[in-house]
Design a protein around this ligand. Structure first.
Ligand code: RUB
Length: 310
């Protein structure tokens, strides 16, 4: 029945919202897979009604979290199959294609980015990014002797996930609190982080704290790179839309005793914006581009945004 069918979508939405599934790449693949599963459960229905249901499912998924553009990009990529004669077949093909090319992009980024890492270097990373980890692991696997400093990444502590993943590979890993970055920056040779979105003017939207780290790297003249698959570029920034920064529940930070609940405000933005002038390069699966190249990526991969909106 329809309620059971839409559970696939409700369930994916819930897991993304509560961060059981998190990180821009994983979110993109999870929604592609949910749309595929959901489309398979819809039987005996006219194409028009099928389209309506799929668009509705896409909208539910898109509302799970507002910042990582991989989410709407993946939904739109999969749902572009609706404008064909065999919508269901093409939804399934698109979903499979998205998932496959996303994984391939991560490993290409690893190969390309690792060329920037020299033997004996210490890399600093923030939060938990598959793309950034791919760069680090590939450098390590190619025989380079590297060390990694991971930030804790309050309040959700995704840095612990990164530290464990790197330690499991046998990489020399150190975890620090977020406020200790400037203390340790003298030991760092390069910063590599992931991306939730890249704007058309080459700014990076990533986990809160990324922009402070970029500023410190800039002051110290250390390269700051972001690893971002082409589906992390935000098509609508090219027509002037801005990106919503998610504010999460303040209980993630601290629970004050009753006396202070009304006296102390808490704020919990989950992402921040790193201006392009602090970014040395964006490592994509088609090469390292300067932030100024972001426009070209959006034009090449999302050119239809012009046709649809202008
Ligand atoms: C995760 C985060 C990651 C990017 C890129 O934030 O900011 O750096 O999503 O990750 P959250 P990836 O934990 O709030 O989702 O390279 O894995 O796509």
């Amino acid at each position: 029945n329809n309620n059971n069918n839409s559970n696939t979508i409700i369930d994916a939405h819930k897991k993304i919202k509560n961060m059981e599934i998190r990180g821009a790449g994983r979110i993109g693949r999870a929604v592609a897979s949910a749309l595929k599963e959901y489309s398979l459960t819809i039987q005996n229905i006219e194409n028009n009604e099928f389209k309506e249901k799929m668009i509705e499912a896409g909208d539910i998924l898109k509302s799970a979290r507002p910042t990582a553009v991989s989410l709407p990009n993946a939904v739109n990529y999969v749902l572009s199959g609706l404008n064909t004669n065999n919508p269901k077949e093409n939804i399934i093909l698109n979903a499979e294609e998205f998932i496959k090319s996303s994984s391939e992009a991560t490993s290409k980024i690893g190969k390309i980015g690792s060329n920037r890492i020299k033997d004996g270097w210490t890399i600093l990373t923030h939060c938990n990014s598959e793309a950034a980890i791919s760069v680090i692991k590939t450098a390590h696997n190619s025989g380079k002797n590297i060390k990694v400093i991971c930030t804790e990444t309050r309040p959700r502590n995704q840095g612990y996930l990164t530290a464990k993943a790197l330690a499991d590979e046998g990489i020399d890993t150190t975890l620090i609190v977020d406020s200790a970055v400037r203390y340790h920056i003298k030991d760092v040779d390069i910063v590599v982080v992931g991306a939730d979105a890249i704007t058309s003017n080459g700014c990076l939207v990533n986990k809160i704290g990324s922009s402070q780290i970029a500023l410190m790297a800039y002051e110290r003249k250390i390269p700051f790179l972001t690893a971002a698959e082409t589906y992390k570029f935000h098509p609508k920034t090219i027509i002037g839309e801005t990106i919503e920064i998610e504010e999460r529940a303040v209980g993630e930070i601290h629970e004050f005793e009753e006396k202070y609940k009304d006296k102390i405000k808490l704020r919990n933005p989950a992402f921040d914006i790193t201006p392009s002038q602090y970014i040395d390069g964006i490592i994509t699966e088609i090469g390292i581009i300067p932030p100024q190249g972001a426009w070209h990526i959006i034009e090449k991969y999302f050119g239809n945004v012009f046709k649809e909106t202008l």
